[in-house]
Design a protein around this ligand. Structure first.
Ligand code: MG
Length: 368
């Protein structure tokens, strides 16, 4: 029986992680749960999974959660770090945002296995995360469908030539209209995947693929990373080897699959609806004129230092403003490009320099 801690248990990946545990009670048990603000959901899950180690970032809800569950409830930053170092075999880091990095570093310090769904920790803190892996041990298993696919393709292999990530293209692939006029509702309506709002917008701008290229760089230690548009989201990514052979991993677009794979470290029995084969699949070239975000991400990898932190921070700030109706859809990536252009690249020395750069850029983005 593996003990699972879920950080960010009320978000999209968190809820789907709990669903995986619900259907695999012989293999997994929930040992710790934390969330940001949603005390009602936290209380409900704590009771359902009989879990007494709890965290809620919002300190005003702590007493309420403790009274309803009889649990030991941490709040503020402890809601992340105490859960990360709690008595769990696997820590699922499913929070959105830079706070995920603190949770990952804390879990690695305690030599835990981290099932990683948080993008920011690798995009912004990849170099630091890899240092912690070397120094303390522990393990990172990707939950993101693309990286899970690459991980699966690389099993049993020692060397490879190139990673080819697949991208659905988001809701605007092949869209002929004026991108500067698309609404928030259009941007968050993803054709294949059920996701949170921030990542849905990232998917629509293709910045999500950019962030995933940076993640892949740190997870698999290579800069040979390309991507193709694959509108069906059935092939989750591919790896090319020295003899020209390519391995691909395919499956339904259901995040519960990579979540289960990361927790079990294997393909375990589960109820599923088989993919209907035969089917026709398309693999198309990206349109970087209209969607330049992945190119910006590749530039950030080349520039090194804190450039990926800046890219991520500028994007996060711009997406928030778009969701608030304050800037146009096309201004999101324009803002990121302008920030990258005008800011000096600096070396990253430690985790605090990652947070410092993030906060500085998040609060100072360039609109024109
Ligand atoms: Mg993905």
């Amino acid at each position: 029986m593996k003990k699972i801690a879920v950080i960010g248990c009320t978000g999209s990946i968190g809820v789907q992680t709990l669903d995986v545990v619900r259907t695999h009670r012989d293999e997994f048990t929930i040992s710790a749960l934390s969330c940001g603000h949603d005390a009602d959901a936290l209380i409900k899950y704590a009771k359902e999974f009989d879990c007494r180690t709890l965290g809620i970032y919002d300190a005003t809800r702590r007493i309420e959660v403790a009274a309803a569950t009889g649990g030991n409830v941490f709040c503020g930053d402890d809601a992340l770090t105490e859960i990360a170092r709690s008595d769990a075999d696997i820590v699922v880091v499913a929070v959105v945002g830079m706070i995920g990095l603190s949770a990952v570093l804390e879990a690695l310090k305690c030599k835990k296995t981290v099932a990683l769904a948080n993008k920011e920790s690798l995009v912004a803190g990849g170099a630091i995360v890899n240092e912690y892996l070397k120094k303390y041990g522990g393990e990172i298993r990707p939950v993101d469908s693309e990286h899970s696919a690459v991980w699966q393709c690389l099993r049993g292999e020692t060397e490879f030539k190139r990673i080819i990530l697949t991208a659905s293209g988001g809701p605007f692939f092949g869209y002929n209209g004026d991108l500067s006029r698309v609404t928030v509702a259009q941007a968050v309506a993803h054709p294949n995947w059920k996701m949170g709002r921030k990542i849905s917008v990232d998917s629509a701008t293709m910045m999500n693929k950019g962030l995933e290229i940076i993640e892949a760089r740190w997870l698999f230690d290579t800069e040979n990373i390309d991507y193709v548009i694959h509108p069906e989201s059935v092939v989750h990514s591919m790896v090319e080897f020295a003899d020209g052979s390519i391995k691909a991993q395919a499956g339904s677009p259901d995040m519960r699959l990579p979540i289960l794979y990361a927790m079990a470290d294997a393909h375990v029995e589960r109820e599923y609806k088989p993919l209907s084969i035969p089917m026709s699949l398309r693999f198309l070239p990206p349109d970087e004129q209209r969607f330049p975000a992945p190119r910006l991400a590749k530039d950030a990898i080349k520039a090194g230092g804190n450039s990926a932190v800046m890219l991520n921070a500028a994007n996060e700030a711009a997406v928030r403003l778009f969701l608030e109706g304050k800037i146009k859809f096309t201004e999101i990536v324009d803002t990121v490009a302008r920030t990258m252009d005008r800011e000096q690249v600096e070396r990253l020395s430690d985790a605090s320099s990652v947070f410092d750069t993030h906060n500085r850029i998040y609060n100072k983005i360039y609109f024109n």
